[in-house]
Design a protein around this ligand. Structure first.
Ligand code: ZN
Length: 201
C-alpha cells in the first residue's frame, strides 16, 4: 500500500510542519513535490496522504504524483519500518469490510428469488420494461425485504459477474420505492449480464 523506500526528495521538517497540530495518525496535506508545479488551489490540494509511524517518522503517498515512501526525523535507517503498524491495521479493517460486503451480497442474492410475478416485475412493467420475453427474466431477482441502510426494502437484484471468468461477484440493488440504487460487494472488472437500458444508474 505504501512505499517501503526512504525518500530523499522530501524534507522531514516540511511534512512535520504541514502536519502540525494533527490529532489523527493519518492526515492529507498538500504535496511538496507536485504541488509547486501547479498553481492556485491545485498547488494546495491535499493530495498527499501522510501516516504517523511508530518511531517518529512518516509514511507518505501522493495520489497525484509518484511520491511514495517514508521519511524519518534524522533520515536514519534505524527508523526503517518493517511495515507501518497503522497501515496494517487500516488494511485489515478494509479487508474485513470487503469480506463482510461480499458475504452480505452473496446472502442477499441467495435469499432473492425469480422476479417473475413479483412487485419488482410490476415496477419494471410500469416503466415499459417487459422482461417476460427475455430468457430467465434477464437473470433479475426480487428480494421483498432486502437489507438497506439499516432497514429493509423491496429491491430488484442483479448480479455482477467477472467479465473474463464469468464468476459471480457483487450485486446491484434497485429499491422500487424510487431511491437511488446501490451496489454491494466486489465488482472490479465485472459486468451485469443483462440490465435493461435506462436502468443502469
Ligand atoms: Zn505529489
Amino acid at each position: 500500500m505504501t512505499g517501503q523506500r526512504p525518500l530523499e526528495n522530501v524534507s522531514y521538517a516540511v511534512i512535520a510542519d504541514a502536519r502540525k497540530g494533527a490529532r489523527a495518525r493519518i492526515m492529507d496535506i498538500a504535496c511538496p513535490v507536485c504541488g509547486p508545479q501547479r498553481q492556485g488551489h491545485l498547488a494546495r490540494r491535499k493530495v498527499l496522504r501522510t501516516w504517523q509511524l511508530d518511531g517518529g517518522g512518516f509514511s507518505l503517498r501522493c495520489v497525484r504524483c509518484e511520491l511514495r515512501g517514508w521519511i524519518a526525523p534524522d533520515g536514519s535507517e534505524s527508523h526503517r519500518p518493517e511495515r507501518p503498524a497503522v497501515l496494517a491495521a487500516d488494511d485489515d479493517e478494509e479487508e474485513r469490510k470487503r469480506q463482510r460486503n461480499a458475504e452480505l451480497a452473496e446472502r442477499i442474492w441467495r435469499q432473492a428469488s425469480s422476479i417473475a410475478g413479483t412487485a419488482g416485475e410490476a415496477y419494471l412493467n410500469k416503466r415499459g420494461i417487459d422482461l417476460s420475453s427475455v430468457p430467465d427474466h434477464g437473470g433479475l431477482r426480487w428480494h421483498p425485504r432486502c437489507p438497506w441502510e439499516g432497514e429493509t426494502t423491496g429491491c430488484i437484484i442483479s448480479r455482477f459477474t467477472d467479465a473474463i471468468t464469468g464468476e459471480p461477484r457483487g450485486i446491484h440493488r434497485r429499491p422500487i420505492n424510487g431511491q437511488k440504487p446501490k451496489t454491494l460487494g466486489p465488482m472490479r472488472g465485472c459486468v451485469i449480464r443483462l440490465w435493461p437500458d435506462g436502468l443502469c444508474t
